[in-house]
Design a protein around this ligand. Structure first.
Ligand code: HOC
Length: 379
């Protein structure tokens, strides 16, 4: 039962025994040797804290703005495809959780419910206390088809557009591929015309479904279609691209290696954040920075904020939460994160997330291991 779960890891363990092989494989999958998946977790764990004592930490402030919208916590539900694989109410569980706990949900292009259904569920949630909906855009193989997706998201009043830029092709995910070749679904997936299908109940493993000609010079076109609400680029994996982003009409960048599902041996978002701090610290002042990947604890969130991130996305954690316990699981997962963030802040001697800064963490071991600050070559 949910009552015995004490952490996101406990919820994941509960989900894993319930999920179908297809769903378990798809949610957990990562690129090739899974090195990026492992590093995402290990890099959070390699950072330790420098707590301060004898400060009055009786009251706390954790509210903030995420991609322009108010949030009760510095976290958001990261985009993830095909939530129905885990639970018949899929993304609706996430929408209820976001509305009740007043945090944002970033809705994936490949959701198993339509945008309209998700928006309706979010807006009509009777216990809604806040929250916001953002739309995550995959630009389809036929670039022009993005117009329809952007206009629809705009007309549904999504509050931010999050463009995924790390997926000109889909990463090679061998567990998914292995399962696919051993099921009757293989031909069904492959016979679909590119860019015309939603994964629905299927684990989507086809690699060439996205626009591979997307460039920085496409941003004005997207801005014209979307209007003045925030645009965030998701999938920045180098300090150089973070700096490049400051020259374009963007409101923020989202450091992510796609949960380790795209490029194997890609840097974790912690690594990219460290490299931005070392090489282009001005980016932190010019753009809002969001991160995801391997986050399973409130302490991970606090570490990211110490390094200059504004908020942290959690993808798999919420997929496991809805898979194990539906909406209740999502609510509980948010409670765990909130509790852990509060406890970490108080034990650090911090009363407002705005006070967090690099002085509260020790990143030397990780920076040394990654050679950050030593390699000067620029691609
Ligand atoms: C149909 C193409 O972000 C993932 C998702 C979506 C992949 C799209 C597959 O699994 O990483």
């Amino acid at each position: 039962p949910l009552s015995i779960c004490q952490s996101l890891d406990d919820i994941r363990a509960a989900a894993e025994v319930k999920l179908s092989a297809r769903a378990r494989t798809y949610f957990a999958s990562g690129a090739e040797s899974m090195t990026s998946v492992r590093n995402n977790r290990l890099h959070w764990e390699a950072i330790s804290f420098y707590p301060r004592i004898l400060r009055n930490v009786s009251s706390l402030s954790m509210t903030c703005r995420v991609m322009g919208s108010p949030s009760s916590l510095p976290i958001f539900i990261a985009p993830a495809a095909a939530a129905k694989l885990g639970h018949p109410e899929g993304e609706l569980c996430l929408a209820r959780g976001a509305a009740r706990m007043a945090i944002p949900q970033c809705v994936c292009t490949y959701s198993s419910f339509t945008n309209e259904e998700i928006v309706q569920c979010f807006e009509n949630e009777p216990l809604r206390r806040g929250g916001a909906l953002f739309f995550q855009l995959y630009v389809p193989k036929i670039k022009k088809e993005a117009e329809h997706l952007i206009k629809r998201a705009k007309s549904l009043n999504f509050q931010a557009l999050v463009i995924t830029v790390d997926s000109p092709v889909i990463g090679k995910r061998e567990d998914d591929d292995r399962l696919r070749t051993s099921t009757e679904h293989r031909n069904e997936i492959e016979s679909q015309p590119p860019g015309k299908y939603l994964p629905g109940e299927e684990a989507p493993t086809l690699r060439g479904v996205h626009c591979s000609t997307l460039e920085w010079s496409d941003i004005p076109w997207i801005r014209t279609l979307w209007g003045s609400k925030p645009i965030i680029l998701k999938g920045i994996q180098s300090a150089e691209d973070a700096y490049e982003a400051t020259k374009h009409d963007l409101d923020g960048i989202y450091l992510s290696n796609h949960g380790g599902r795209q490029l194997d041996f890609a840097p974790s978002s912690v690594q990219t954040l460290l490299e931005i701090n070392a090489k282009y610290p001005q980016v932190l002042k010019m753009l809002d920075i969001y991160v995801d990947g391997g986050v399973s604890r409130g302490s991970d969130v606090v570490k990211a904020l110490c390094l200059g991130a504004k908020a942290v996305g959690i993808g798999r954690g919420f997929m496991y939460a809805l898979s194990a316990y539906g909406t209740d699981g999502v609510l509980r997962a948010i409670e765990f994160l909130s509790d852990e963030i509060q406890t970490t802040l108080r034990l650090l001697g911090v009363t407002d997330i705005a006070q967090l800064n690099p002085a509260y963490i020790n990143t030397r071991r990780l920076a040394n291991e990654l050679g950050i600050g030593h390699v000067k070559a620029v691609i």
